[in-house]
Design a protein around this ligand. Sequence first.
Ligand code: LMR
Length: 330
Amino acid sequence: MRRRTAIGAAGALALAGTRAFAQQAIVVKFSHVVTNDTPKGKGALKFKELAEKYTGGKVKVEVYPNSTLYKDKEEMDALNSGAVQLLAPSTAKFRPIGVPEFEAMDLPYIFDGDAGYEKTVKGPIGKSLMKKLEPKGITGLAFWDNGFHMVSANTPLLMPADFQGLKIRISGSKVADLYFRALGALPQIMAFSEVYQALQTGVVDGCENTPSNYYTQKFFEVQKHITVSSHAHLQYAVIANSKFWNGLPPDIRAQLDKAMDEATDYTNSIANKENVDALAEIKASGKAELHYLTPEQKKAWQAAMAPTYQWAKGRVGSEVLDVLSRATKV
Ligand code: LMR
C-alpha cells in the first residue's frame, strides 16, 4: 500500500511537471557580437518582437548582444553544443565550420555594389550555400546585410605600398588574410570584442569593418585615417542549431520562419541607411580623416589583391566562383 502510494505520488508529480513544461515558453537564445544599435542588433530585436508576437508568447527570444554571452569563436561552439539556438556570424567566420564556399563571399570586389550583393544572396547561389551547412548540423535561415568594409590605420591608406608591415586585425576569413598579405600587411585574427583595445594600445595598427561597426564600437576614436574603400562586403548568415530547429512543433516553426523572413526584410532595408548615418557621425566627430580612392588607386588595390582569386579557385572551386561572379551582375 505504502509502495503504491509512493508510485502514485511520483506519477502525479511527473504529470504536473509535464503540464508545467507544456505551459513553459520555448526559449530561443540569440547571441551576437555587435551592439543593439547596428543593422544586425536591430534585426535580432525585430526577430524577437515578431517571434513572440506570432507565437502568442509560446516562444521567448533572449537576445544577447555585444559579445555579452559569447565571443566570436565561442558562439560557434555554443551553437554546436546547443547552448544557444541562433547566431548571425559574418560569413568570414565560417572557416571553422568547414564550408569553404562561404569564403568566396569575402573576396575583394566580388559584388557589383549593393544591388549586386542583394541579387546574389537572393538568387540560387544564396540558397545553395545555405544547403551546404546542413551536413554540419546547422540550418541557414537568412542572409543579413551590413554593407561594404572600410579600412583604417593611423597613417593614410591610399596605395598598396601604404599597407607594408602594418598589423591589421581580421575577423577570421582566410580570404581577408590573403588580400591583406597581398597588400604587404600582417593580418591577425582577433575577436571583435577585443579590437577597440588592441587598436588603442597598438597591439594592431589597423582593421577593416563597416561604418556602423566603426561607429558603435568607437574604432574611429582610435584610428586617425579611414579609407572608405568598399573593398569587401560584410554579410551575416543567420543560423540555427538544426536539432533544435527541426525539433520545433511545425506550427511554431512556421511562425518563426515568418518572423525571420520579416526580420530579414527589415534588417536588409535599414542596413544601408545605418551605415550612411554612421559614416556621417564619424565624419562629424572630426576624430578620423576619411579618404576616398581615386579610380587609379582603386585599380592598384584590385591588381594587388587579384591573386586572392587564384587561391580561391583552388579552395572553393572555379564553379562556385563563376556562378558567384555571374550572379552579382546587375
Ligand atoms: C567582425 O568581427 O569584424 C564583424 O564580423 C562583427 C560583426 O558581427 O559585424
